[in-house]
Ligand binder design. Structure first.
Ligand code: C5P
Length: 473
């Protein structure tokens, strides 16, 4: 039987994960539209009947429990949203901060309001959005000094070149900069701007001045910019990285510190001759995201990857290989690990003897037969019992039918501890796509996860791994 606390937590998680709005869930549970108005409040005290209706409405749903033991639980974040294209990422950031139990209050600059509406920030943060320095209502409800000091941390995301310059100079000409000047709380910035603006000596000296005064910084990251053909350092850090920086700031980072992790990612390519090869459509997005997530939790992480377009994840040692045999050799050369995650799409067969020279059309008969031999199974090899076996070995199962049954069978056949099973049948868009719908299969249970961005799958998996290793020597 679920306890009242459990049910309330599950309902909050369901709404926070965006499966339904509060009113939508209330109506589908057969309640009045505003029955969940007080959901976030500690005083919310629903009747047993309301709870059982809500339990019925969300049962069978694929809600994954959101982690409650993060350092963000109970923290109050004042989020200053300045005017940059990355402002849209704030909505995702706020949702994920709230999932972790943080309260978020937003200040939106005039330029920021050109990129994101106060209405969407208010809806996602569940709080009023503050915009105007001289608004009498704001001043009567909460003065800007209190606004600035009532938070545990002030986060500026996106932090444009302009707001960084005003912060560095101590200018207070709007609510955001006034709050920043008035606060006695820690400040973190997530810069986001065009790479030339980031590199400019003025911006660099502003950042150095701010860091010298104790402001912490996350990003910017390298990558493609919103402007066509612009590439460089200037993208705002991803919400997951900002979250990790905040967790590290508040002291929850490092749950995997002292652990060694090995991740395989991407396709392998198996030569037919010097120019042709057998490969597959794996993008490496999921495997790279897992390596990044494990590293963010403090694991000493090695990523062995086939050819992909993915940038090397920060803080991860990357070994680039091509064939399955090279991948196995690189994994073995990486030394003993506590955690192994095999996310690579290893090509099962290789050509028995790759031709040393390009096969010519004239060499070929009407039809050409390639003799294939089986590649080593890296996951099965690393799962083998023995003194050096990793504490936890996780494999992937990309299936197009009977996804869970096949995954359960695969777990046993490979000898690994967990299988992350995903449906890659045509139309799911998993291969190369940005999201993934997975089931986590362990010896004890099958956990169904909702469709999540690959980064979120990675993060949840890393947290599950941290939970499983908690207390282990
Ligand atoms: O047997 P199948 O290819 O479906 O198994 C998938 C899982 O096994 C993935 O975790 C993949 O990384 C791993 N694998 C491997 N070496 C192989 C084949 C698969 O590590 N040769």
């Amino acid at each position: 039987m679920a306890t009242v606390k459990d049910t309330i937590h599950r309902v909050r998680a369901y709404v926070a994960a965006g499966h339904a709005s509060k009113s939508g869930l209330a109506v589908s549970a057969g309640l009045t539209a505003n029955a969940l108005r007080g959901l976030e409040s500690a005083e919310w005290n629903p009747t047993a009947e309301t709870l059982s209706k809500l339990e019925a409405a969300i049962s069978g749903s694929t809600v994954v429990d959101v982690p409650q033991d993060t350092a963000l639980a109970g923290k109050r974040i004042l989020l200053i949203v300045a005017g940059g294209i990355a402002a849209y990422k704030c909505l995702e950031l706020i949702r994920r901060l709230r999932e972790r139990g943080a309260a978020v209050r937003c200040v939106l600059t005039e330029a920021g309001a050109r990129f994101v509406t106060p209405l969407s920030l208010a809806a996602i943060s569940g709080d009023k959005v503050y915009q105007d320095l001289f608004s009498l209502t704001d001043e009567s409800e909460i003065g800007h000094i209190r606004l600035a000091r009532d938070a545990d941390l002030v986060l500026v995301a996106p932090a444009t070149a302009d707001i960084l310059a005003r912060m560095a100079a101590g200018i207070a000409n709007d609510l955001a900069t006034t709050a920043l000047l008035a606060t006695d709380q820690p400040v973190m910035v997530a810069p986001a701007m065009n790479p030339r603006m980031w590199e400019h000596a003025a911006t660099q000296s502003n950042i150095a001045a701010l860091e010298g005064r104790g402001v912490s910084r996350v990003g910017p990251a390298a990558g493609e910019m919103a402007e066509a053909d612009a590439w460089g350092v200037g993208r705002m850090a991803e919400p997951a990285d900002i979250l990790a920086a905040l967790e590290a700031f508040f002291g929850a980072g490092g749950r995997l510190r002292g652990r060694r992790a090995l991740v395989t990612s991407g396709p392998t390519i198996e030569a037919i001759d010097p120019v042709r090869y057998i490969a597959n459509r794996s993008s490496g997005k999921q495997g790279h995201a897992i390596a990044a997530a494990l590293a963010r939790l403090g694991a000493d992480t090695t990523l062995v990857s086939g050819p992909t377009e993915q940038p090397d994840p920060p803080g991860v040692a990357v070994v680039n290989i091509e064939s399955a045999r090279d991948m196995l050799a690189a994994c073995e050369a990486a030394g003993p690990s506590d955690i192994v995650v095999c996310a690579a799409a290893v090509v099962d067969w290789r050509v028995a003897e790759a031709a040393p020279r390009k096969l010519k059309k004239k060499d070929r008969k009407q039809s050409q037969t390639l003799e294939l031999v089986e590649n080593p199974d890296i996951l099965a090899t690393l799962s083998r019992a023995g003194p050096g076996r990793p504490r936890l070995v996780v494999g992937f199962a990309a299936e197009t039918e009977s996804v869970i049954d096949n995954a359960i069978a695969k777990r046993a056949a490979k000898g690994c501890d967990w299988i992350v099973a995903n449906d890659v049948s045509a139309g799911t868009g998993t291969f190369g796509g940005d999201s993934n719908t997975v089931h986590l299969v362990s010896a004890e249970e099958v956990e169904d996860w909702p469709t999540l961005a690959k980064e979120e799958v990675a993060e949840r998996l890393a947290l599950c791994i941290a939970d499983a290793l908690e207390g282990a020597p």
